[in-house]
Design a binder for this molecule. Structure first.
Ligand code: PMP
Length: 428
């Protein structure tokens, strides 16, 4: 097998070539050379169960997607300044999954570009410039988005016109979290006003992934959406994480909350790994921006990206992956609840379909975050060739987010390994 020395050399080479800003997963990083379905393989052919990758939503290297990309790449790949059927066919298909009020889609290559475009459109439409995000949000890599992504770390400086609100944390706060969330949004609007800033938008990841995964109760976003609209701002749903059926019940996270956003950003799972992303908009919201501005994204919406996106939708439908996410998600949740009854480290299990957070605490009474234990669980699972990561401001929420083709059999493998890892940690 590959020696520890070879792995160390590879890490050093990476650092030398890519520089200091990159991070690797796991104390013992994983070298992967191939993927298939829910499995990743190292150079020695060892299989790792991928319980984390939401990008490869229909499974790594799904033959249908690979074939669609290869076929279109061999015919034509160019930008959107020519007429081409595929960008229209894909736009029409994608929009068919949205409420009719959301009638336009613009294509980008990354979720960051989609969010950045959403900010520009929100400013043009509202005439405001203030943005409200959650306390540990992540929305992307551009300068402006980094200034709205507190999860990047303590040295991250928030933008002048950005205000943060606590995520609707059902574990640490009782009562009506939806109303409380809206009150925080109203306070942030007031704070902006005192600085002479009008709000442009409230932007949230509709499953609060980096905040620690808070899917429930459904409907919780409603009062906050009403609050931002009353103040003249827009509601932007960042669907980069929950979108494309992950929650099992709906194609989009916002739909669980019974709201229709003004703008919806899409990314990660959209092309199963091919870089395609986009922004869905209400036509009336896009009109001011469209009248004043041109938009051109060299690679966004190219025929190969559209072929990839179309194939992903075909597979989601053809393999009934929403139903699978719902059923396997419920099975996984039941298994986790059962583990929670036996392992004191587990304080809370939160799940919607195949988006699951398991919050680890040092003590149930204090709910003190068990951050170190969470890191040990992640690394312990990695040694058992099971891949997950963590979420939340304290890194104490196990982030369980496998490809949507994950089966109950896969869930059993994961649950047994988690049981074993927790037992090992509790013995220390
Ligand atoms: N929004 C959310 C909620 C995300 O999780 C991410 C990526 N982690 C982004 C936006 C940015 O997407 P990208 O990395 O494709 O630019």
């Amino acid at each position: 097998g590959e020696s520890a020395e070879a792995t160390r050399a590879m890490i050093a080479r990476r650092q030398q070539l890519l520089g200091p800003a990159y991070r690797l997963f796991y104390e013992n990083p994983v070298h992967v050379v191939r993927g298939e379905g829910v499995w990743l393989y190292d150079p020695d052919g060892n299989a790792y169960l991928d319980v984390y990758n939401n990008v490869a939503c229909v499974g790594h290297c799904h033959p249908r997607v690979v074939e669609a990309i290869a076929r279109q790449a061999s015919v034509l790949n160019t930008h959107t300044r020519y007429l081409h059927d595929l960008v229209l066919d894909y736009a029409e298909r994608l929009l068919s999954y949205f409420p009719p009020d959301l009638g336009h889609v613009m294509f980008t290559c990354t979720g960051s570009e989609a969010n950045d475009l959403a900010l520009r459109i929100a400013k043009a439409h509202s005439g405001g410039s203030g943005f409200i995000v959650t306390q540990n949000a992540y929305h992307g890599v551009t300068d402006v988005l980094a200034g709205m992504s507190p999860s990047l770390g303590a040295s991250m400086v928030l933008g002048d016109h950005v205000r943060i609100v606590p995520a609707p944390d059902t574990y640490r706060s009782g009562g009506d979290v939806g109303s409380a969330f809206a009150e925080h949004v109203e306070a942030a609007i007031g704070d902006l006003a005192r600085s002479g800033v009008r709000p442009a938008a409230l932007i949230v990841d509709t499953i609060f992934s980096s905040d620690g995964i808070f899917p429930d109760p459904t409907g919780l976003l409603k009062p906050a959406v009403e609050a931002i609209r009353r103040a003249g701002g827009l509601f932007i749903a960042d669907e980069v994480q929950p979108g494309f059926g992950r929650t099992g019940s709906h194609m989009w996270g916002f739909a669980r909350h019974g709201i229709v956003p003004d703008l919806v950003s899409l990314g990660k799972p959209m092309g199963n790994g091919h870089p395609v992303a986009g922004l869905v908009a209400r036509p009336e919201v896009l009109s001011t921006f469209g009248a004043r501005m041109r938009y051109f994204n060299t690679f966004g919406g190219n025929p190969v990206s559209c072929a990839a996106g179309m194939a992903v939708l075909d597979v989601i439908e053809g393999e009934a992956l929403l139903g699978n996410a719902r059923r396997t998600g419920e099975y996984l949740r039941t298994g986790l609840d059962e583990l929670a009854a036996r392992h004191a480290l587990i304080g809370d299990v939160r799940a919607a379909g195949l988006f699951v957070g398991v919050e680890l605490v040092r003590e149930h009474s204090t709910r003190e975050p068990a951050s170190e234990a969470a890191a040990r669980v992640v690394n312990g699972l990695r040694e058992r060739r099971i891949l997950i990561s963590t979420a939340g401001p304290n890194g104490n929420v196990l982030k369980i987010r496998p490809p949507l083709v994950f089966t109950c059999e896969n869930a059993n493998v994961f649950l047994a390994a988690l049981d074993d890892t927790l037992a090992e940690i509790e013995r220390i």
